[in-house]
Design a binder for this molecule. Structure first.
Ligand SMILES: [Mg+2]
Length: 165
């Protein structure tokens, strides 16, 4: 099934430079909402800065692609020091394509990390990069999102990699 992610993790913190290197990944396209921060929360996850700097130290390039608007995405991206594409139109390839050009890496060296099957994972598959799913930080409250999450259920992986602390 084309939506099923290659790998699934508890959170971004379970994805390490070592795992990425083993997969031949040199660049990550990052989702924001419910992946790096709560939905529309300007505050990144605690210790996200450490995670980002360890990626950068290991030569992993990072670009944010969000379907959210620039006023949400731009200050957040600046705060964590990562370039961004807003209005990314996921699952269409356009935002991923712009991000890949910013990273100057071939598709086979790029993965995406996100929390949604029908935007992040489907988009990655359509564009041809490796999809890596994370569990959403918190459940969304809107009816629209609850329906979306229900629709994701048949496509969710059975196992998630979670690192012991
Ligand atoms: Mg998201």
């Amino acid at each position: 099934m084309r939506f099923i992610p290659t790998s699934a993790f508890g959170s971004v913190f379970d994805i390490t430079p070592r795992i990425l290197k083993k997969m031949g990944i040199r660049g990550i396209i990052l989702d924001i909402d419910n992946t790096l921060a709560r939905h529309n929360d300007p505050e990144p996850l605690k210790d996200l800065d450490k995670w980002i700097s360890s990626m950068k130290k290991n030569g992993i390039r990072l670009v944010i692609v969000s379907n959210n608007k620039a006023p949400r995405v731009s200050p957040f991206a600046e705060r964590i020091g990562v370039p961004f594409v807003s209005d990314g139109a996921k699952p269409l390839p356009i935002g991923y394509h712009r991000a890949a050009r910013l990273m100057r890496l071939p598709k086979r060296m790029i993965c995406t990390i996100g929390d949604q099957i029908f935007t992040d994972m489907l988009g990655a598959k359509l564009y041809g990069i490796k999809p890596m799913l994370v569990i959403p930080i918190e459940p969304e409250k809107s009816v629209f999102f609850r329906i979306k999450r229900l629709a994701e259920k048949p496509f969710l992986p059975k196992t998630y990699h979670i690192r012991r602390k």
